[in-house]
Design a protein around this ligand. Structure first.
Ligand code: GLU
Length: 320
C-alpha cells in the first residue's frame, strides 16, 4: 500500500474496486445509504470489490461512536465490504509524501488568508464554490516572512493552470471545468496542519486500488481538482458516478442532523433493512416499486449502462 509511481490512465482490464467513504460525523441518513447502495451495485455488477474507508480527516467532528455505528449500519443493510476499514488518521505519512512531491516542484505556496479574507475576496461561482483569487500566490518573500513573524500559520495551496479538465461521469454525463477560472488554487493542507480532503482522497483512492468512485453530485465540482492531482502525482484515474442528493422540503439537502432520515428513525418507520432499501430504491428510480428488497436482489436488475437516465432528476430527489 505504498505510493509507488504508476502509469496514469484508467485501466479497463483492472478488477473494479469501489469504496464506501463515510465521514464518521453522524449516523447514516437516507442520502448516505442511497449513495452507498449505488456504489455497491456499480462495483458488484462488474464482479468488483468494495473497500471501506473511514474519512476521519476532520479530527474534531469525527467521533469514535460513529465509526462503529457506520459499520454496523452498512452491515445491517447488506452493504458488504471486502477490504478495510482503512482510516485516514493512519495515513499522514502517505499524504506528506504526496505533498512533498508537489512542494519540491514548486507547485504549492503558503496561504495566510483567513476565512473572513476569503469570504470578502471571492464571489461564489456558478452557485458552486468560491474561486480563490490568488492573493497569497503573489506575496513576496518579505511579505511571507512578515506573516510568519506575526504568527499566522500557513495553509498550503496548489497552483493550478489555466486549463480545462473534463470527465465523463456515469450519471451526469460530460462535465468540464477550467481550473483557474472555475476553481482557483486550492488547499492541499489546512491552516491547522491537516492535509486537505482533495489531496487525501486522491492518495487514498490510489493506494487502496479504488478505480470506481460513486458519491453525491455535490462533489462533482471537486473531481477536476482530483483528476489534476492524480496527473501531477502520476496516479491512475478512476471512473466516476455522481448521484443525485436526497433533499428535504425546500431543496434543503438531508444532513446527518435530519433525525427523520437517520437510520434509527428509518428502522422505526420501515421496520426492516429490506424495507428501507426498497423505499430508497423506489423513490430514486433504482427499482420499479418501493417493495422491500435486498441489495443482492437489486443487483439482478441493475445495469451500469442504464445509470445515466435512471434517476428522475440527476441533481436531487425529494425525500418522502
Ligand atoms: N467522506 C465524504 C462524505 O462522507 C465522501 C468523500 C468522497 O466520496 O470523496 O460525504
Amino acid at each position: 500500500m505504498n505510493a509507488s509511481p504508476r502509469t496514469p490512465g484508467t485501466n479497463a482490464q483492472a478488477p473494479v474496486v469501489g469504496r464506501f467513504a463515510p465521514s464518521p460525523t453522524g449516523r447514516m441518513h437516507a442520502g448516505n445509504i442511497f449513495c452507498a447502495l449505488v456504489a455497491w451495485l456499480v462495483a458488484k455488477s462488474q464482479n468488483g470489490r468494495m473497500v471501506l474507508r473511514i474519512e476521519d480527516l476532520d479530527r474534531e467532528r469525527s467521533k469514535p461512536c460513529f465509526v462503529d455505528a457506520v459499520q454496523r449500519d452498512f452491515a445491517r443493510l447488506g452493504l458488504t465490504w471486502d477490504a478495510g476499514p482503512f482510516f485516514q488518521h493512519d495515513r499522514d505519512e502517505a499524504y506528506r509524501a504526496a505533498f512533498q512531491s508537489l512542494e519540491k516542484r514548486g507547485l504549492v505556496y503558503p496561504c495566510y488568508c483567513t476565512r473572513a479574507d476569503l469570504h470578502a475576496a471571492s464571489a461564489p461561482h456558478r452557485g458552486e464554490k468560491p474561486v480563490y483569487p490568488g492573493t497569497c500566490r503573489r506575496l513576496t518573500d518579505a511579505e511571507r516572512a512578515r506573516r510568519e513573524r506575526e504568527g499566522r500559520s500557513g495553509a498550503a495551496r496548489l497552483v493550478v493552470p489555466d486549463r480545462v479538465v473534463s470527465l465523463h461521469d456515469l450519471v451526469q454525463g460530460d462535465y468540464a471545468q477550467n481550473l483557474a477560472a472555475d476553481c482557483g488554487d486550492f488547499l492541499v493542507r489546512r491552516a491547522d496542519g491537516a492535509f486537505a480532503y482533495q489531496l487525501a482522497v486522491v492518495v487514498d483512492d490510489a493506494d487502496q486500488g479504488v478505480n470506481s468512485v460513486v458519491r453525491g453530485v455535490d462533489l462533482l465540482c471537486s473531481t477536476p481538482q482530483q483528476i489534476y492531482l492524480q496527473e501531477l502525482l502520476r496516479l491512475p484515474h478512476a471512473r466516476y458516478a455522481h448521484v443525485p442528493l436526497i433533499v428535504g422540503e425546500l431543496n434543503r439537502r438531508l444532513s446527518k442532523r435530519d433525525r427523520d432520515a437517520a437510520l434509527d428513525e428509518l428502522m422505526v418507520r420501515f421496520k426492516t433493512p429490506e424495507a428501507i432499501i426498497g423505499h430508497i430504491a423506489g423513490i430514486t428510480g433504482l427499482a420499479p416499486s418501493a417493495d422491500p428488497i435486498t441489495p443482492e436482489a437489486l443487483l439482478a436488475e441493475f445495469s451500469l449502462e442504464r445509470l445515466q437516465g435512471i434517476f428522475p432528476d440527476p441533481m436531487q430527489i425529494l425525500w418522502r
